[in-house]
Design a protein around this ligand. Structure first.
Ligand SMILES: *Cc1c(COP(=O)(O)O)cnc(C)c1O
Length: 414
């Protein structure tokens, strides 16, 4: 295993200011011991698939579904293989067909337009406001003119737009809402969990989100027909009775002969790793938000950095921080280079070519509809992103602030 701290190599000289960070920001928390023990017991039993034609009791994913639905306050939860799979199933279960239009955020990650493409539909990108969220005026315009029947709303990087207002716009236009909560597990808008405001909520259990089973997804809904289809589509091989949370048999009768199996189940192993992590979300959220507040204070000491204020109704859990750097593209390139020389890796959403997890709609050449989205371009061109692993200390945050300050000063002078 490689060390999480790197030192400048001997061939490299420290910058004259002597600032060096060098921590790996892509580290994760360990899996809870309790989960490791359950996983080992499962492996000893060999029983890793969630369904069995015989056998008693409910499998781990069924218990996870029950616990997670209770946690967010939804009627049903279906455990699947990824958040991308959950979004795809949600679209299919809401009746999205080939050639349909689906509204979605311009500022999002590639699996979101990917889920729309997977369902054979065309993404209609909605503009981004200066605070990195859905532009409500543009949503209103496109909701009434595009013909879309679904809005796949992405709470990208944990930023939650005014959900009451979005719901009014969508209701008025007969548009269903699927929430992409890959960055908002445990977060609420106005006291109510994200993922429960629309028709379906989708969450990720991928390593770089709030709970970690390597890969995994959760779909929540209160809708009987969506729940039955999601269970069938995820690939239950007609063993839907092995779910604790499920609509009654009549609902399955409506769907069982007309719903394809897409084989997107969650395994027993993934669910066993996740169950004890649900109870840790509140504590992780507090620690993440402390890091966020500390970094917000330190980063905004740099003259060119701005971070939009957050709405009091937005009860977010920040596993990353975004900031606007009010500089020109060539200066931002210089800024990233200066941070890199000091061992600090920062991502840029305005990067001309796709790099790692950065997501810029200009890189999705498969999109059929290319609307004019000038504000999204302006926002993304100056938008920077820093992952905030829970291992970051207050001292780390202060050091990151100093490196950002020095790097902006150097960049601004070029
Ligand atoms: C990670 C992510 C997803 C998809 O999650 P997977 O579990 O990797 O499929 C969706 N939306 C956003 C905004 C994400 O960051």
């Amino acid at each position: 295993m490689s060390s999480t701290i790197s030192t400048p190599s001997s061939a490299m000289l420290l910058e004259p200011d002597g600032l060096w960070f060098g921590k790996d920001l892509s580290t994760s928390e360990p899996i809870p011991e309790e989960a490791i023990e359950r996983a080992i017991a499962l492996m000893r039993s060999g029983r890793l698939h969630r369904y069995g034609e015989q056998g008693k009791g409910y499998p781990e994913p069924s218990l996870l579904e029950q616990e997670y639905a209770e946690y967010v306050g939804s009627k049903y939860c279906v455990a699947v293989s990824s958040c991308g799979a959950a979004m795809f199933i949600a679209l299919k279960a809401l009746g999205v067909k080939t050639g349909d239009k689906v509204l979605t955020n311009t500022f999002t990650l590639s699996p979101v337009p990917g889920a729309i493409a997977h369902a054979g539909a065309d993404a209609i990108l909605v503009e981004t406001s200066d605070n990195y969220m859905t532009d409500l005026a543009d949503l209103e315009r496109k909701a009434s003119t595009s013909g879309a029947k679904v809005f796949l709303l992405s709470h990208m990087r944990g930023h939650i737009a005014d959900l009451q207002a979005i719901k009014v716009i969508c209701d008025q236009n007969g548009i269903a809402i699927v929430e992409d909560c890959a960055h908002t597990m445990g977060a609420k808008w106005d006291g109510k969990h994200t993922g429960t405001w629309g028709n379906v909520g989708c969450y990720s259990a991928q390593t770089y989100k709030h709970i970690n089973s390597g890969e995994g997804g959760l779909l929540v809904t209160d809708d009987d027909d969506v729940a039955a289809q999601a269970i069938l589509m995820s690939g239950c091989y007609m063993m839907y009775d092995q779910h604790v949370l499920k609509p009654n048999a009549e609902v399955f009768e409506r769907w069982k002969y007309v719903t394809p199996n897409f084989s997107m189940r969650m395994s027993n192993l993934a669910a066993a790793l996740l169950r004890p992590q649900i109870g840790q979300l509140a504590d992780r959220g507090r620690r993440w938000n402390h890091i966020y507040a500390t970094l917000e204070r330190e980063l905004t000491k740099a003259q060119h950095v701005s971070i939009p204020a957050r709405d009091a109704r937005e009860d977010f859990i920040a596993s990353s921080i975004q900031f606007t750097l009010n500089l020109k593209p060539h200066q931002i390139e210089q800024f990233l280079k200066q941070c890199g020389l000091r061992g600090l890796y920062i991502k840029w959403f305005g990067t001309p070519a796709p790099v790692a997890f950065t997501s810029n709609y200009e890189h999705w050449h498969y999109l059929a509809c290319k609307p004019e989205i000038p504000n999204s371009k302006a926002v993304l061109d100056q938008l920077l992103d820093l992952r905030t692993p829970l291992s970051l200390t207050d001292e780390d945050c202060v050091l990151i602030g100093k490196i950002v300050l020095v790097s902006t000063q150097i960049a601004a002078a070029t």
